[in-house]
Ligand binder design. Structure first.
Ligand code: NAD
Length: 300
């Protein structure tokens, strides 16, 4: 099976690398020349456009940052001469996914929407959760390929169903990161040690992915380099809240979480790492959550 990959960012490049390492010759495209060069250095063949990728590859995977990019790329690959299957690993919401499915089906291309969870480390290690919706036979055909990236879970045949699943997942991820940031700022303001707080959460009922992974790796050491942009998290939350509104739901916690992330976006900017959500909370409280060892006061 010839494979193409479009969108070689934080997630796309490590996923492309895993496919190359598994022995799939890979044709790639990105709008940024520097990442195309990096992919070429790993053994991929750069193409000049998404359509050229779809002229060379039967299966084309994409990992893109916006609904607009996903729509443009889907329209471009629909004109490719070789493509038979399309897998969108981006988070674009159910409506955009359904539009892409229709456009591609009209061109005789089987499309799977396949948003992922597990972050950059999951992309590097092949431990992503892959939520898949679309034609079941296309899923069966591509299952072994997707297993190189992680654990594919079939959500249903309805286009966009996997997107709804992914948005529900990210609502939880956004909520626990925002809530953990508030809880730790509260404790530090009251004089608690943030390292001890995270240790206690992880030994008790406050444990979440935020306390187990995001705080130890990117907040307590003040590196803020987890690998997911604040702008992308806000994209996902807006899509999620829109789906809730379309379903006639009034979700009070989710609305409040959405507001907290809009504040983080305004304060830290779209390109900031999403772990910086703690910074405006710290500023308002007048504290800094610093878990690095400090020789002066003996903290660790
Ligand atoms: P990113 O911004 O790091 O990468 C996106 C890449 O797409 C960039 O290299 C960019 O140059 C390229 N691009 C943009 N427009 C393009 C176009 N029209 N044609 C070709 N290439 C184009 O984003 P990311 O963090 O890798 O996320 C990609 C997708 O995966 C997003 O939908 C995001 O919501 C989702 N996601 C990200 C993470 C994460 O931890 N980073 C986790 C799960 C899901």
């Amino acid at each position: 099976m010839t494979v193409g990959f479009i969108g070689l960012g934080n997630m796309g490049l490590p996923m492309a690398r895993r496919l190359l390492d598994a022995g799939h010759p890979l044709t790639v495209f990105d709008t940024r020349a520097e990442v195309l060069e990096r992919a070429a250095g790993l053994g991929a063949t750069p193409a000049a456009s998404p359509t050229e990728v779809a002229d060379r590859a039967e299966t084309v995977l994409t990992s893109l940052p916006s609904l607009q990019a996903a729509a443009e790329v889907a329209a471009a690959v629909a004109g490719g001469s070789r493509i038979t299957h399309y897998v969108d690993l981006s988070t674009v919401g159910a409506q955009q996914a359904a539009r892409n499915h229709s456009l591609l089906a009209a061109a005789g291309i089987a499309a799977l929407d396949c948003p992922v969870s597990g972050g950059v480390r999951g992309a590097q290690n092949g431990t992503l959760a892959l939520m898949v919706s679309g034609p079941r036979d296309a899923f069966d055909t591509l299952r072994a390929l997707l297993e190189r990236l992680g654990r594919p879970i079939f959500i249903g045949e309805q286009p966009g169903a996997a997107q709804t699943m992914k948005l529900a997942n990210n609502l939880l991820a956004a909520t626990t990161l925002a809530a953990t940031a508030e809880a730790v700022v509260l404790g530090v303001k009251a004089g608690l040690d943030p390292n001890v707080m995270i240790e206690v959460f992880n030994a008790g009922s406050g444990a979440t992915h935020a306390s187990r992974d995001k705080f130890p790796r990117a907040v307590l050491p003040r590196t803020f380099d987890f690998g997911f942009a604040t702008g992308l998290m806000v994209k996902d939350l807006r899509l999620c809240l829109q789906e809730a509104a379309d379903l006639g739901l009034d979700l009070q916690v989710s609305e409040a979480v959405g507001q907290a992330w809009e504040t983080a976006l305004a304060d830290q900017g779209a390109d900031s790492d999403f772990t910086t959500i703690i910074r405006p909370i710290e500023d308002a409280a007048g504290v800094i959550v610093d878990g690095r060892h400090d020789e002066r006061n003996g903290r660790s």
